[in-house]
Design a protein around this ligand. Structure first.
Ligand code: SF4
Length: 462
């Protein structure tokens, strides 16, 4: 059997979209910047390497593509990255295909949110995996090509190199990512980053150089990078310095942060540096729910900070997209509190994304969460979900069984978004770079309006 000397990273795709299945949901692209970081590191060492995303292709289609272009089989292991539990079924099928074709192929599986919680469980549901890498792997990636080192869930610092987007198949489709820092540690009960200590932000001047390098990778074409950072925590001085180095690049970028992490003055500098869209994990405006999810100890102060941040965004031309998490114990009255709070600030809100809390992970990690949620009145829809799938949807409370939660989620997001605002937010980072308004209108016309999280105000072309 002929073997190439190419290292292929495969980012596992989705058999069906994460939330609702409609034409628009199948357009979304997610750059797996964690896998790209590892590919970049190997590329810098001189290996021939690429990253291919499964996205919404079938495992068969993607596998056939790798064989046809001669990258598989290879003398090197197949690197499979599973970015979320939703991608696990896709990864299972893909690994089966690879082993059936080449029983000697060594498969290294990473994706810290999926492998990390319980590698023994994962090995049981993904028996084709030869090596499981449970943590960030920059420091061990080269040794994984030839050895089976003992691996643990270690934290690794943000790499000092710039991600090489040219290693991604069809990279021109993807908006790029620039990693600014790792970790958070703010303790939100539902979040995998709750105990991982936040790292200092990269130096502003270096980050601006990285942005310029990424722009050069795209031959100077328009890019709208996502500044990746679980806990973006710039102070005024950092933001001012970053703006000094970044404003002349003219790059519009997006990032996410907590609502109480940055001041109005900081937003002013960030806007000067090119910040145009800010994803804000507000989660709730109900003091009871904020406390229940461990989002903040002082909900009044938290909500005051959120209000000030929204005003600063509006004043500086930054679109604020709010994430709302319907949490265990949610009631009609707690959701009304959140809705009223958002209504009062609607002129500063560009969009709202709403969804119920889910327990991610196998029983080892999910059971602890679910136990706490039961005390708040929630219960799993199916007790076997964690063991079988690694994702446990729940009935939030007697007020909010799953069906009512879905209706309430759609109603709240539609209250704040029509097709124009939705397109403005999604096309900034998640749709292919060449996906235009006409394409969007056609997809809207082809979708069931009942499944769309925004109001369709105008008739769109089919
Ligand atoms: S602030 Fe955000 S990233 Fe940090 S623990 Fe809370 S939800 Fe997770």
């Amino acid at each position: 059997m002929f073997r190439s000397n190419h290292i292929t990273f495969v980012s596992a795709g989705l058999l069906t979209p994460k939330k609702r299945d409609h034409a628009l949901a199948r357009r979304q692209l997610y750059l797996n910047y964690g896998a790209l970081s590892l590919a970049t590191k190997l590329g810098l060492k001189g290996y021939e390497v690429s990253l291919v995303h499964g996205e919404h292709s079938s495992p068969e289609e993607l596998f056939r593509q790798l064989v046809d272009c001669g990258r598989f089989p290879s003398i090197y292991p197949l690197m499979v990255s599973i970015p979320s539990f939703y991608a696990l079924p896709w990864a299972q099928s893909f690994c089966k295909l690879a082993k059936a074709f080449d029983p000697h192929c060594r498969i290294v599986v990473g994706g810290r949110w999926v492998v990390g919680p319980d590698p023994v469980w994962l090995q049981g549901v993904l028996q084709e995996a030869d090596v499981l890498a449970p943590g960030l792997s920059e420091s061990v990636i080269e040794s994984l090509l030839t050895e089976n080192p003992v691996l643990s869930r270690i934290a690794e610092p943000t790499p000092s190199f710039t991600l090489n987007h040219r290693l991604v198949d069809d990279f021109q489709k993807y908006q790029p990512s620039i990693e600014a820092s790792r970790g958070c540690g703010m303790g939100c009960a539902f979040c995998e980053e709750r105990d991982i200590r936040v790292e200092k932000l990269s130096d502003g001047a270096k980050l601006a150089v990285s942005m310029a390098q990424v722009q050069a990778q795209y031959d100077g074409g328009e890019i709208r990078p996502y500044l990746q950072s679980s806990m973006f925590l710039p102070n005024v001085r950092w933001a001012d310095d970053f703006a000094e180095h970044a404003y002349h690049l003219g790059i519009a970028w997006r990032t996410e942060t907590r609502v109480d992490a940055i001041t109005a003055k900081t937003v002013e500098h960030l806007a000067r540096a090119g910040l145009r869209v800010l994803d804000l994990g507000l989660e709730s405006a109900s003091p009871r729910q904020i406390l229940a999810m461990g989002k903040a100890r002082d909900p009044d102060r938290y909500l005051r900070a959120a209000s000030e941040l929204l005003s600063a965004c509006r004043a500086n031309g930054v679109k604020a997209k709010i994430n709302v998490l319907l949490y265990a114990g949610e009631t009609r009255s707690t959701l009304d509190e959140t809705t009223a709070w958002l209504d009062a600030r609607s002129d500063a809100i560009a969009g709202v994304s709403v969804g119920p809390v889910l327990a991610y992970g196998p029983p080892k990690t999910a059971d602890i969460l679910i136990k706490g949620w039961r005390e708040l009145g929630a219960r799993p829809i199916d007790d076997r979900s964690a063991e079988l799938l690694g994702i446990t949807p729940i009935h939030l409370s007697p007020d909010f069984p799953a069906e009512a939660t879905e209706e309430a989620s759609l109603a709240l997001s539609r209250r704040f978004m029509d097709e124009d605002s939705y397109f403005a937010l999604k096309s900034f980072s998640y749709y292919p770079r060449d996906y235009g308004r006409n394409d969007f209108d056609k997809d809207v016309a082809a979708s069931d309006p009942a499944a769309l999280p925004f109001v369709v105000r105008h008739t769109t072309a089919a």
